[in-house]
Structure formats: C-alpha cells, structure tokens
Design a binder for this molecule. Structure first.
Ligand SMILES: [Zn+2]
Length: 45
C-alpha cells in the first residue's frame, strides 16, 4: 500500500466514528478540513 492508500483507509475508519464526515472515493479527491486528508467529498466536510 502507498501512503496515499493508507490515508484513504484512515479517512474511511474515521467515518465509523459518530462524527459527520463525508467520504466517497467515487468522487474526485478534495481537501478535507475534518481529517486533513484529501478524499472524495472532502470539501463538503
Ligand atoms: Zn476527511
């Protein structure tokens, strides 16, 4: 796995927490201020 892959995995893990966090890898990656990573729908967080 690459570092980018790990970031995506961690972003997904965070979605399991009871916090509003949108992640959709079907969408183009955008900066997410909630987790500090880039992933689909990141700009909507
Ligand atoms: Zn995020």
């Amino acid at each position: 796995m690459t570092d980018e892959d790990l970031k995506v995995v961690f972003a997904h893990l965070r979605t399991l927490k009871p916090v509003r966090h949108l992640v959709d890898n079907a969408e183009p990656p955008t900066p997410c201020k909630l987790c500090g990573n880039r992933h689909g729908l990141g700009e909507r967080n």
